[in-house]
Design a protein around this ligand. Sequence first.
Ligand SMILES: [Ca+2]
Ligand SMILES: [Ca+2]
Length: 429
Amino acid sequence: MNEKIWYDIKMTSANTPSPFVVSASSMFSSAYDGWKAFDGLLVNDGGNARWLTSNGTKTGHITIKLDQLRIINLIRIDMSQSGATLFPTQMAIHGSNDGATFKKIASFNRPIENISEQEFNNNTPYLYYRIEILANNGGAYTGLTEVKLGYVNQKKPINKTLILHDGEYKKCVPLSPEKQEVWSDDSVNIVQKMTSNNSANQIAYMSYGGGSVNTRVGSAFNAFDYASNSNIVRTSVSPKGFLSIVFNEGKEIGAYSLYGEVRSSADPRDFTLEGSNDTTNGEDGNWTVVDTRVNVSYQMNIWKRFELNESVSYKAYRLNITRTYSPNSDAVIISEIMFHPPKKLLSPYEPEKKSHWKVVSDALPNEDLFISEGMDNLSPLLDRKVTELEPLPMTNKSEISNGDVGKVFSKTLDLKKYFDIRSIRIEVK
Ligand SMILES: [Ca+2]
Ligand SMILES: [Ca+2]
């Protein structure tokens, strides 16, 4: 599972073999160029088979461009034949895909040993890797004799358990208490508070453009400004007309509410709620009736809520008024409208489920099944509390008793932790 894979790179110049390229932040001389750290040779293989920084430079880095994107999370550094004062003591690894912008992947201390291996966390493939020396062991310069880059599967060991019983692999499912239904909140207002007719990504529009006005006249958005004391008031007009709101996307609604003003006879009495998906401004487009109301009455300063028979979803809605409260009214007043989402069942009722054994598989589970279904630990079984499990008869006794031959299941218990096991009784019928 944790097999190490080493990439075999044997450079014979800074860019041979192609497409590998090695560069160095500095070099002692051309004989100690950066690629010598990737030539596959140690100093005692003959020649100057190592990279060294320029004299007086105690830090530096080499950068290698690989043949393809690779995940590197393992580095082996050989310093054979270099004086110990030259050894790097602190290092960092950086990755890059363009050779210009590098991301630091890891930093670590390096022991004063000829050969050291360092594993670090990295699951991102990079084309370029930079090996940086942040500090050395006191020498006038530093460097690397040979570097090997590698990859190790960093999958964390997973500790999962299943119990074999009656030829089936089972898990202990702990008690799950009764759960009540959970419903979404259908009282919220999906309209955002508006401060002008085109605000909060919404458009407010009304057809009551003309007529005499007074100081409380307001604009269309006054019906969506979250303030019940700001109104649309149109007097000396036909009450027939509409008030629209346009959202920037479809909005599902199950109800809407009007605030009862009753300051005059101008509250909407007969009206339809209509939806449109093609209106661009609340005035144009095609509208579909989704709700019809007649003879609506209000109580002063109380919200009146209208439930739809079924939820609908449109980009825009309008209240299309055909009559206001008084038959002879020549005015219309709307102080505030809310639109509400439908009530939805978020999670259903669930009765209590007693602790029980659940069959996971009747064959030896594969790794995926172990990971997805295995118990995280044995604590449900070993917890120091009394848990009542539903009875589970064992019919295949061969697993524990087969003449002289039986299977023995053993589990090491940490008695410092689980110290109150008082008795164990095994019964074979
Ligand atoms: Ca070398
Ligand atoms: Ca208002």
